[in-house]
Design a protein around this ligand. Sequence first.
Ligand code: PRP
Ligand code: HPA
Length: 192
Amino acid sequence: MKLIFPSTNKDSQMSNIKILDKEFELFIPYEKIRSVVEKMADKMNEDLAGKNPLFLCILNGSFMFAAEIFKRITLLDAEISFVKLASYAGTQSSGEIKELIGLNESLEGRTIIVLEDIVDTGITIDNTIKQIIAHNPAEVQVATLLLKPDALVKEVKLDYIGIEIPNDFIVGYGLDYDGRGRNLIDIFKVVE
Ligand SMILES: O=P(O)(O)OC[C@H]1O[C@H](OP(=O)(O)OP(=O)(O)O)[C@H](O)[C@@H]1O
Ligand code: HPA
């Protein structure tokens, strides 16, 4: 049997791409993302053993990261749910506080693991955590695939961090530029 992986050097976009008015270059190939996510999942499997954690995927951007990590969670009592906040237009954070919608289960007394694709200014995760805490969970942890430490304007507690990146605008692997680019397997950064 021949195993076919979703991204090899052949499949990954090695040249620059154009999305709307901007040019992007390859920044983080899928192989790197996958190995980082594997390590994050290994750590979670250790840390959360014996618990009944509820993973909360913050849509839209986190859908690929959530799928990648959740399929590597081996705890038979793990659950996942999908919630949403409103989004950016273009490349700037609006800074508005958005309501968490789509929460159908009780969080009371639960261990919550928030899954984010990126913590940039930290405004979204700060807002999300505050809204989750209002539902009286036992504990709230945050896992983010990407972190832009230089862009943070909020002090946030991050329990699992995949990759720290510079303060450049990126697309791919769920992250968008005006709705485009979420389907890219690799992560690209803008060429200024
Ligand atoms: O730390 P911050 O500066 O708040 O940025 C991080 C947030 O921005 C993106 O979401 P966005 O609001 O673009 O919505 P989307 O997930 O639907 O793309 C991303 O998915 C994070 O949730
Ligand atoms: O760099 C980014 N790219 C796409 N979406 C984002 N949301 C916060 N930061 C980013």
